[in-house]
Design a binder for this molecule. Sequence first.
Ligand code: UDP
Ligand code: MG
Length: 334
Amino acid sequence: MKTIFLVVPCYNEEEVLPETSKRLNKKMKQLKKAGTISPESRVVFVDDGSKDKTWKIIAKLHEKLPQMFDGVKLSRNEGHQNALYAGLMQVKAHCDAAISLDADLQDDIEAIDEMIQRFDEGNDIVYGVRSQRETDTFFKRTTARGFYKIMTHMGVEMVEDHADFRLMSRRALEGLSEFHEVNLFLRGMVPMIGYPTAEVYYERGERFAGESKYPLRKMISFAAQGITSLSVKPIRLITSLGIGIFFTSLLILLYSLIRHLTGHTVAGWTSTVFSIWAIGGLQLLAIGIIGEYIGKIYLETKARPKYLIQTWLHEEPKQPEPEQPEQQDGAAQG
Ligand code: UDP
Ligand code: MG
């Protein structure tokens, strides 16, 4: 029997946690009862420096059901990727595999059974892949599609329509910990680990309470983070652009010489002004992109910690859990 930990990053999730914990508790109980997972299996909530009552709720859950809920509190808000990574690193020594999922349960927890099945068949990484995107707004759907397209063009290997709902074996987690980069983009990093992998399809639901912590601004910066963390293609594009513009300028030189020699020496004010702006703009763009990479190098050389853990609520497993009466659902009331 395998010990499976569910890792759930939470940022200001007081609205969803009571319901989420109730559903996860039910699911885990069912899996434990069926003998699919060991009694030591746990749900681990990672509080990513929330400003609301999230940690209070987590602490209470742990107090009431220490054999079911663990809590990790980060010292401050580090972002989804770092919080998830922190949780995975914290549990990897205690489990056979960890499954990451969002606190809003947009990822269908019924897919967990199949994930574990694939894991038992010998897969180290099992990706949860969305079978459809109907529940998304048209806007989110198209931006997401564009995002995958751009990423693939930029040479980043990614599983399409897979977010961060995935199972990773202890071996895969150890592998992930060998990646020392500070700029985390897990969706792009995990495929680089290798090992046997599988995919499980599920339908992604809507957030049942609270609001998305990923507004458009964050989504764009997330995409830029993904590209600049994993690909040097943009820099190469700049080089090609530079070469292209250089040859164009030779043609323009030829043209203006001919104009000069044939006596049409009216000063080309329009083209001059245009060139100044065009070239100036391109140069700034190029410098900006290169600056982005230099910024990354700067952060990587500093090798700052990706997260710091303030509190860890974890009970070492003793005996198998005694039969919990149904009233335990009240634990979810934070
Ligand atoms: N999250 C986090 N830190 C942050 C932002 C988000 O840990 O700084 C968590 C959040 O609590 C949730 C998950 O990341 O469990 C995904 O966030 P959300 O559901 O808001 O994103 P969406 O599903 O809209 O892309
Ligand atoms: Mg969500």
